[in-house]
Structures are given as structure tokens and as C-alpha cells.
Design a protein around this ligand. Structure first.
Ligand code: PBG
Length: 341
């Protein structure tokens, strides 16, 4: 091609960044980040029953599934090359109590799902969340003391309970224990508990910087913990205004033995992901939470944005920010898209 004729309006530029964007092959050459199925962890909601799937109202495309259906979802994960899935149980109201006793039941939903899936798909990573909120009548992640209207979430008593919960999950075959409760000292205590029982290879993925966020709304609906929740979680989850504090939280969890850390929610906290990755260089995950999923899906269903494109753009944003992987409800859909190319 010959150059267009010089004109008076031509700028004398040393750099024209658009050159590297002129064609798809050129854009591919200079692309800095790629998203692959290796980057995905798929969170699954569990319910009682058989052959049962119950849609989550505010999360179009996401169902709560019974254990047998979860095994089918696991098969799908394996087929799509998704390395790991994470479990969140919807606990029947009559099984909830003040202490979250069901968390220690060795045949609770999470334990049954772990056993059933490990048996059929031993090479799929299983992530078990540690926190009492799916099991407590008050909806908090820890044990509470109530004095009149005053509700205190007890730290040290809760840590002991979380160790019991973690061991129950490890015995059922969980590969990764993911404490999402934000109690102080829980990572060290869980590590010690796991090691004492010989679970030296069970990893800890610490929700190290977890914020008190409005974006968890649809998740709490999915678990049935929303109506139950008394007050809020601001005495243990972080203030969205704080960034330096996230680095201190991550430092503590790593000192206590976390193998991987997580920042949660995702998109509103990309700056935190970048800072955590730069400061520590440890495997760092982002949780694209239920409310983030709901926003993209709602806008897409209204025809206001292109859902597939917004999904992929949001996921590559995590990679760009420094995340090694993302927990996302989009996991199967994104993996299918990546496979199709
Ligand atoms: C609770 C927990 C929450 C999520 C994961 N584990 C909610 C909360 O802290 O209230 C949120 C996930 C999501 O919104 O997708 N321990």
C-alpha cells in the first residue's frame, strides 16, 4: 500500500500506538494477558434432594443443585478443563441453630458432595468454604453472644469451631480449605489442626481481604441466610474504604501459613488485588461475587450490554490486575466460550 498523500493536517508523531492495534494478528502479538480455563474456580450451591435444581432468583443461569446433580456439574467442570469447584450449601432451616452445629456433621451437604465427587472425579480440585453462616440461625459467620440488643461475634471461640469444621471437610476429601469468616488467627489454627491430623497436603486459600459488601446480596438469598442475618458483618469484614489494612490482613494470613490468598469482592477491589500481588507475590485469587454476576446478567437480559463480552472483559480485568485466578459463577459459560475460541 502506498502512503496517502501528505496533507497539511498530518501530525508529525514519533509514536502512533494505534499501529499495534491495526489488525487482529497484530493485537494478538502484543496482548499482555490471556485468560484460560486454568484461571477459573466454579462456585456451586448445594441443596438437599435428588435430581433437584432450584434457580437462584437474582442469579439467572445459576441453580442450587442436589448432590447427584453436583456430580454432573463436576463432570462438566472436568470436560471444560476447569481445575476446581467450590461448595456453598443451602441448609434446611430446621438444621440451623445458634452454634452452627451442622457444620460438624460428617454427612452434611458439603461433605456428601466432596465424597461423591472425589469418588468419580479424583483429579478435580474441591474447595470447601469455612465459616458458620450457612449453618447458623442468626446468619453470622461466627459464634455470637447476645446481651439485649447487643450482638458480639466471638473471635477465639469461633476459631475453635472453624478448626472443627475444616477438619470435617478435610476428612470428606476437600483439597482446599477456604476460610471466609475473617476471624483473627483462624488460618494458623486451621493449619495446626490439619497438620495434627496428617492433612499436610490440604491447602489453605484464605479469604484474606474480605470486605463488608452489599454485593453479597444474591448469595445470601441463595443460602437462605439473608432473612436470618441479624445486623451486619462490619465487626469482622473489612471497611470498603481501606486498602493498607488489606495488606496487613494478607501479611498475617501468609505468616500463619496460607498457601493462597483471596480478595473479595472482585471488580470494585481491583486495586487491592494489584497491591497484594505486588507486595507478596503469592498466588492471589479474586472472587467475582454474586452481586457482580447479577449486575452483568441483569443488564444483559435487558439488552443494555452484551453479556458475553462483559463477562470476558470482567474476567480479563482480574488477570490484568494481577490475579492468578477467579472464583466466578460465569466459570462454565466462560470456559465454554474459551473452548469454542
Ligand atoms: C460467607 C460467604 C459469603 C460469600 C462467600 N462466603 C457471604 C457473606 O460473607 O455474607 C459471598 C459470595 C458471593 O456473594 O458470591 N462466609
Amino acid at each position: 500500500m502506498t502512503n496517502p498523500p501528505a496533507s497539511a493536517s498530518r501530525l508529525d508523531l514519533a509514536h502512533r500506538p494505534r499501529r499495534n492495534r491495526k489488525a487482529e494478528w497484530a493485537r494478538r502479538l502484543v496482548r499482555e494477558r490471556v485468560l484460560t480455563t486454568d484461571d477459573l474456580i466454579w462456585p456451586l450451591f448445594l441443596i438437599e434432594g435428588e435430581k433437584s435444581r432450584v434457580p437462584v432468583a437474582a442469579m439467572p443461569g445459576v441453580d442450587r443443585v442436589s448432590v447427584d446433580e453436583a456430580v454432573r456439574e463436576a463432570e462438566r467442570a472436568v470436560r471444560l478443563d476447569i481445575p476446581a469447584i467450590a461448595f456453598f450449601p443451602y441448609t434446611e432451616p430446621h438444621l440451623k441453630d445458634e452454634h452452627g452445629t451442622e457444620a460438624y456433621n460428617e454427612t452434611n451437604l458439603v461433605c456428601r458432595a466432596c465424597r461423591a465427587i472425589k469418588k468419580e472425579f479424583p483429579d478435580l480440585g474441591l474447595v470447601a468454604d469455612v465459616a458458620l453462616d450457612p449453618y447458623t440461625s442468626h446468619g453470622h459467620d461466627g459464634l455470637v453472644r447476645e446481651r439485649g440488643d447487643d450482638l458480639t461475634i466471638l473471635n477465639d471461640e469461633t476459631v475453635a469451631a472453624l478448626v472443627r469444621q475444616a477438619l470435617n471437610q478435610a476428612r470428606a476429601g476437600a483439597d482446599v480449605i477456604a476460610p471466609s469468616d475473617m476471624m483473627d488467627g483462624r488460618v494458623g489454627a486451621i493449619r495446626e489442626g490439619l497438620d495434627a491430623e496428617g492433612f499436610l497436603d490440604v491447602q489453605i486459600l484464605a479469604y484474606a481481604a474480605k470486605y463488608a459488601s452489599a454485593f453479597y446480596g444474591p448469595f445470601r438469598d441463595a443460602l437462605g441466610s439473608k432473612g436470618a442475618l441479624k445486623g451486619d458483618k462490619r465487626t469482622y469484614q473489612m471497611d470498603p474504604a481501606n486498602g493498607d489494612e488489606a495488606l496487613r490482613e494478607v501479611a498475617l494470613d501468609l505468616e500463619e501459613g496460607a498457601d493462597m490468598v483471596m480478595v473479595k469482592p472482585g471488580l470494585p477491589y481491583l486495586d487491592i488485588i494489584r497491591r497484594v500481588k505486588d507486595a507478596f507475590g503469592f498466588p492471589t485469587f479474586a472472587y467475582q461475587v454474586s452481586g457482580e454476576y447479577a449486575m452483568i446478567m441483569a443488564a444483559a437480559q435487558n439488552g443494555w450490554i452484551d453479556g458475553d463480552k462483559a463477562m470476558m472483559e470482567s474476567l480479563i480485568a482480574f488477570k490484568r490486575a494481577g490475579a492468578d485466578g477467579v472464583l466466578t459463577y460465569f466459570a462454565p459459560r466462560a470456559a465454554e466460550k474459551l473452548k469454542r475460541g
